[in-house]
Design a protein around this ligand. Structure first.
Ligand SMILES: C[S@@+](CC[C@H](N)C(=O)[O-])C[C@H]1O[C@@H](n2cnc3c(N)ncnc32)[C@H](O)[C@@H]1O
Ligand code: SF4
Length: 378
């Protein structure tokens, strides 16, 4: 079964670290929604009539849309695609400007998973990150979500924030696990060129935390989440049994997905496509039947590298049976040979027919993954 991602590229304020495609929101969303629905109509063959088991509204800030506007999008998708009756429907929520009526409105539409962007429970971090909300507002939004009847609630946190020590991070996690959430996504801060943080770093106004501190915060995350009953199923994702993100897990398992909206990516195992990264050009191109995406046919090596990149980040790791079928003896021998070295260093282990990273390996997952990459051109 396939997935649909919808990118809502509007934000009310731009956070210092964020490199996702977004623009400051304008209040008239109707031209954008019309374009989204027209795109869905144009591309409804991309998933080859596969049933859709996950829908994910991400951003940007999907909650700049009213429940009526979200309903219009969902109604369009239900008309155009075969949607599974147990479809996971997630929406990313920013804690500002949310009230119980809004959340009840979402619940009535069939949204069944809330992803709340808390980032930190410490106001000094939120200020540095240029977030629009305080810690108290995030707590209110979280409680409104429970009160509105959502039980599948996940929150996003960022660690490795300059000025946040290991003890600050511990306190953040303790507060997080004091709520009845079912899932946590915790990302190490990355400082991307072009963002406010990127510019501050260039001018020497922001210093990244050192590697030792990063490792310590990652270890704290692993220990505390395990103690709280969460399963570390992907480098940055932790879920209670039965509450892993089905949408993201499908990405990591090479399941087909269609991405709608500016900058959204799509994948169907044969090709990868990516939409224009400009909301006005996107709307005009879709409206006037002009090309609005680029695409790439996937070579065997690209598929191999993508498989390694995604699978090694998960608790299921590289499935050697799958590798033998999909990438034949050459791919299989290459992996087994490469894995030998990492196993000797205690960075990888084999569980039945799966190769997974040890906790020590997870600390340097990016380096291990890049060593596994097959060069595209010999
Ligand atoms: C694209 S954001 C959208 C979520 C929503 N707009 C919000 O701000 O809460 C998805 C998540 O990615 C994470 N993220 C984005 N940029 C990041 C960065 N540079 N470093 C670490 N985490 C980042 C944040 O935790 C954020 O909640
Ligand atoms: S983190 Fe979220 S709210 Fe902040 S700029 Fe990025 S998408 Fe917008």
């Amino acid at each position: 079964m396939a997935g649909i991602y919808i990118h809502i590229p509007f934000c009310r304020k731009i956070c210092s670290y964020c490199d996702f495609y977004k623009v400051i929101s304008k209040e008239n969303n109707s031209a954008f929604i019309d374009a989204l629905l027209k795109e869905a109509e144009i591309r409804n063959n991309y998933l080859a009539e596969e049933a859709v088991s996950t829908i994910y509204f991400g951003g940007g800030t999907p909650t700049v849309l009213s429940p009526e506007e979200i309903k219009k999008i969902l109604d369009g998708l239900f008309l155009l695609f075969t949607i599974d009756r147990n479809c996971e429907i997630t929406i990313e929520l920013n804690p500002d400007d949310i009230d119980i009526h809004y959340l009840k409105g979402l619940k009535d539409l069939g949204v069944n998973r809330i992803s709340l962007g808390v980032q930190s429970w410490r106001d000094e971090d939120l200020k540095l990150l240029n977030r629009r909300h305080s810690s108290a507002q995030a707590e209110k939004a979280l409680n409104f979500s429970f009160d509105a009847g959502f039980e599948n609630v996940t929150i996003d946190l960022i660690y490795g924030i300059p000025g946040m020590s290991s003890s600050g991070w511990m306190a953040n996690l303790d507060k997080t696990f004091s709520f009845n959430i079912k899932h946590l996504s915790a990302y190490h801060l990355t400082i991307e060129p072009g963002t406010t943080f990127g510019k501050m770093k260039e001018k020497g106004l922001l210093t990244e935390i050192d590697e030792e501190e990063s490792a310590s915060q990652f270890n704290i995350l692993i220990e505390k989440s395990e103690k709280a009953g969460f399963i570390h199923y992907e480098i940055s994702n932790f879920g209670k049994e039965g509450y892993f993100s089905r949408h993201n897990t499908n990405y990591w398992r090479q399941i087909n997905y269609l991405g709608l909206g500016p900058s959204a990516h799509s994948f169907n195992n044969y090709s990868r496509q990516w939409n224009l990264k400009n909301v006005n050009s996107y709307i005009n191109s879709v409206k006037n039947n002009k090309p609005f995406y680029e695409s790439e046919e996937l070579s065997v090596k690209t598929r191999f590298n993508e498989y390694i990149m995604t699978s090694l980040r998960t608790m299921w790791g590289i499935d050697l049976d799958f590798v033998e079928t999909a990438f034949e003896k050459e791919g299989y021998d290459y992996i087994v040979n490469m894995a030998g070295k990492f196993k000797n260093y205690g960075l990888m282990k084999q569980e039945n027919k799966n190769l997974v990273l040890t906790n020590q390996g997870k600390m340097i997952s990016d380096n291990i993954i890049s060593e596994f990459m097959m060069p595209e051109k010999e």
